[in-house]
Design a protein around this ligand. Sequence first.
Ligand code: 5RP
Length: 220
Amino acid sequence: MSQDLAKRKAAEAALAYVQAGRVLGVGTGSTVNIFIDLLAESGLAGKIKGAVSSSNASSERLQKIGVPVLDLNSTGELSIYVDGADESNPKLQLIKGGGAALTREKIVAAASEQFICIVDRSKQVEVLGRFPLPVEVIPMAQAYVARRIEALGGQPKLRQNVITDNGNQILDVHGLAIHDAVALETEINLITGVVCVGLFARRGADVLIVGTPEGAQIIK
Ligand code: 5RP
């Protein structure tokens, strides 16, 4: 319950970054769902030009509140992208993909000037990796990629009964303590068959909003 309130406080604080008349990038997950609900409650949903969404689930939720969902190919650069995370370290490098939307999330983040990440305190860690690192893979390469990741010291497990919005599978990599997130992101990205790794280190968050039941802390 207090975690829900903390998520709500983070989502509320993110509303201050939303600009009327602009296209908003919107991520995926329970914290983002609260943010979308607040867009409706605050009246901002009717003031933005539309949104680019990182998942079918968020697109549906945005459409339900009357926000036009736009194709990133037609919008150009976005001013802000609001999304949650599974972990954040003090450099604002993230693990994402708990909701299997990491590839589109990384694309929308890359195409946005500012990435505003909304979390509760449980997501803050000193060293990334306690949360299993999601890796989206082309299905026929899943076993090959798993062997390559084992060689890097991780323990990949195929996420059961999950197919991503892109038609791919997810390996969740356990047992990592990620001290050089940029290097590991690059290394995993280079494995043939990997579509995307859920490490957001080369392009981490620009602003981390950490919600607590009492309020929100903004870290830049
Ligand atoms: C989805 C994500 C989410 O941002 C992440 O899983 C956090 O979700 P929640 O806000 O439900 O804790 O990366 O792919």
